[in-house]
Write a protein that binds this ligand. Structure first.
Ligand SMILES: C[S@@+](CC[C@H](N)C(=O)[O-])C[C@H]1O[C@@H](n2cnc3c(N)ncnc32)[C@H](O)[C@@H]1O
Length: 245
């Protein structure tokens, strides 16, 4: 199971991609915004610096502790599970970046988001969509089989636009837009693919000799994912904007 340590999001590039999503959120000063799965708090701090009344929740206590340490002037972080926010009609918007593919119960998350929104409030989210990291995962599963191991069960929820829009509408939110797009993402350094596997896809390494396995995997995907001296993960994201009636 994936664990989220405080140190991890400080080096991740997800927070910088999330800034783009903040433009889509277009929060106004004074609006109440919840950052769902806020990690170590960068988006909350950025919103607060724009006078938006942002709060952040994350299910990882160590990440919340790190957010509080980084931003001692912003006592707006708490530990909570996206599936059970227990907030009623309070927020003008719920924002979420790079979180929802980690939670295999999307209907519970969306119901919890819907209840946290006031009527007219919006849900703006981005996460991994159908086909995300397919090149890496398919090749890794093939290598596992060649090493005599079973294919590893994949823990991620990577929906199509149709699948996710249906879930969102099921919670009586009106989908205003939803789209799926390729976002090739550079991984740092020649060890980039190996580090990405260790950080995000440990389940693929279960039972293998990691060094041999990664070497074999790199050979297999180099023609598609190695460009200009760096590894590029074949990320695909889904974005959705929905409104509570
Ligand atoms: C890749 S990080 C993204 C952090 C931040 N949103 C950003 O853009 O940098 C994913 C975060 O989702 C959180 N998370 C995973 N499952 C969760 C859940 N059920 N409820 C709340 N947060 C969750 C993790 O603890 C982690 O901080």
């Amino acid at each position: 199971m994936q664990t989220w340590e405080a140190s991890m999001s400080d080096r991740g590039s997800e927070a910088s991609y999330g800034r783009d999503l903040l433009e889509l959120l277009a929060a106004l000063p004074g609006e109440r915004v919840l950052d769902l799965g806020c990690g170590t708090g960068d988006h909350v701090a950025l919103l607060r610096s724009r006078r938006v009344a942002a709060d952040g929740v994350d299910q990882s206590p160590s990440r919340i502790a790190r957010a509080e340490e980084k931003y001692p002037d912003y006592p707006y972080f708490s530990v909570a599970d996206a599936r059970a926010l227990n907030v009623e009609a309070y927020y003008d918007a719920v924002f979420s970046n790079a979180v929802l593919h980690w939670i295999p119960e999307p209907a519970a998350v969306v119901a919890s988001v819907a209840s946290a929104l006031r009527p007219g409030g919006r849900f703006v989210a981005e996460f991994g969509g159908a086909g995300n990291v397919r090149t890496i995962v398919d090749a890794a599963q093939d290598v596992r089989e060649e090493f005599g191991l079973p294919r590893a069960p994949v823990p991620w929820f990577y929906p199509t636009v149709g699948e996710y829009a249906t879930v969102v509408e099921g919670a009586e939110l009106e989908v205003r837009s939803a789209w799926l797009f390729d976002r090739p993402t550079v991984l740092d350094g020649t060890e980039g693919l190996a580090n990405w596997l260790r950080m995000h896809a440990e389940f693929l390494l279960e039972g293998v000799d990691a060094e041999k396995f990664v070497g074999e995997l790199e050979d297999r995907v180099r023609d598609r994912l190695w460009r200009n001296g760096a590894w590029w993960a074949d990320y695909r994201r889904i974005r959705v904007v929905a409104v509570k009636g």
